[in-house]
Design a protein around this ligand. Sequence first.
Ligand code: HEC
Length: 639
Amino acid sequence: MSIRSWLFGAAFAAASALSVAAHAQGAPDGAAVYETRCKACHDGGNPRAPSRADLAQRAPADIVTALTSGIMQPMAQGLSGADKQAVAKFLTSAPADASAAAARPARPTGAEMPQVAVQGPSAPDPMCATNPPIVAGSSDWTKMGFDDASTRFQRHPGLTAADVPKLKVKWAFSMTGGGQPAVVGDWLWVTNRSGKFYALDAKTGCVHWSVNDLVSRTTPMIIKSAISPSGWATFVSQSDRIVRAFDAQTGKQLWKSEQLETHPVSVLTGTPMVAGDRLIVPISSIEEAAAMSKSYSCCTFRGSVAALDLKTGKLLWKTPMIDGPMKTIKEKDGGGKVQGPAGAAVWAAPTVDLKRGLVYAVTGDSYTDIDENGSDSIVALDLKTGKYRWRRQVTEKDNFVMGCGPTSASGNCPTPLGPDYDFGAAPVLFTLKNGKQVVMAGQKSGIMYGLNPDTGALLWKTIVGAGSALGGVEWGIGADDTYVYVPISDLALLFSPLTQSKAKAGIYALDPATGAIAWSAPAPNAPCVYASDKGKPSRCARAQPAAPAVMPGLVFEGGMDGWFRAYDSKTGKIVWEDSTTARTYDTVNGIKGQPGGGIDGMGATIAGGMVFITSGNNGAARVGSNGVNVLLAYSVDGK
Ligand code: HEC
């Protein structure tokens, strides 16, 4: 079964019945809002949209936040505040099935729905007794990809490979859509999609401060800098296309950028990166999903990369990944028109090359029939000007939006439909033994590319995974001094008995000089039950879409089945594993019996002798998500 056949069933035909509930007499009817405005996507087996049962497990405030300032803002256009409250209440008080309700973790009392739209989780935060100053350790992880080259290689993990088999969960913290944390000394920063940006104590999980109006999935970037009174600053991209800088010690805002993109369905998914005196910001969209709606005239979004002044947040340049005039492709039945070229969203963090004065970015697919050369590409931009040094497209005519197939009624579908082979993993800049460098990038096709950083010329290309719309390579790759480590998802193939045998889910080590595969470790078929399945046949899959984390001698990688493993980096042998779904967690922020779920998204952080990973609900696929996820902090013997 292909991704297309999952998706066409969810064609969104009801959007023209705009805000039925909003127009009804008296109190808004949450069921009617759901029926007309949400159901087509959230009841339709769309692997990127959380199911209704998943939504039922969220705090109502999280749903309101998603509709107000989060990723569902465009889908909620025209809904009143009362409509949003009503649909949130409907979803959370009338679960789709009883077993989902039973799996819902117990929330502490005081979980009243907020009257103001934006508010964080319901439990009172466990505040730290003291807020000691941030002190740099010898083992910090300050940016998503660990270093400018995005290697995800922690050379000074604060524990040895021999310690790793003794890793146990020390603390757990529950949040909605929490991402990959950054760590400096005893401080940890993590964003989450319910609207809270947290600074926690890395050793205990208590809360130093939170910013309560910030919806994000990016990894906070931490730097030592005079722009901040404490000497430490952090930068976060919000879903609603604004970047904010804070004092990392106090949470006090330093600056807020202008809205970097005005397109209504644009979003900041990729983590921004500091490059000298500027911040490089990737800009993405969910127009692929909006295209499922018949009333939506697709496609007009173009991915871009922006540079901000680090001191002020002022926009210095913004380079679109697609150029050329917008053309009309066809008029739509019932009004509107289909336009293009569009697409080439940038949803991976950029990689910084200060020596060459370049930033490398990767792009997603094209959304329309019109040929263009910016999609599915690796590009090098001049850090100062934003001008292209080079660009290399690896897949042509990959024209894709969601919900297309024989019965699609959206009128937005390109023909033929492409395979959806985005790049979503930050490229790695690697120095070979002979001193030469190579830029490596992994695609959802399952193909790895090695390019000359000066010219973009292709040095090698290796087919690693079978590829699918959910990877192949999805969220990240990593490297030490010897190999590049390539996790393969192949999730879409794993779901069907017909294609399962083609899937090559697992982790692979490649020689960066030649692309030759040195070892491969297929993902084991291991027991997995998501708490939300309650004994029913599980949607667990052994896909490995998450970014890896590397330390001397070991590679950490998680699976959509919730297994978290450490592999010997010379041989691929598993030296430690833990099923994050085999138990539930009593979290430091007061949730009892919080389940984990699939491991997806940005992967682990290794710092100060600890390893941090988010279990559940942190990627694109939503499989194994329990609605809310849990940030797990592992230490040797849990001490
Ligand atoms: C056109 C399809 C579509 C429609 C209509 C739609 N959604 Fe979504 N929704 C999605 C997709 C796709 C995602 C996952 C997006 C992602 O994570 O990138 C999502 C995610 C969500 C999330 C999780 C957000 C987060 O940050 O984790 C919530 C909550 C949600 N939708 C609620 C709703 C509600 C309520 C409605 C109706 C008012 C609605 N959606 C209408 C497609 C849709």
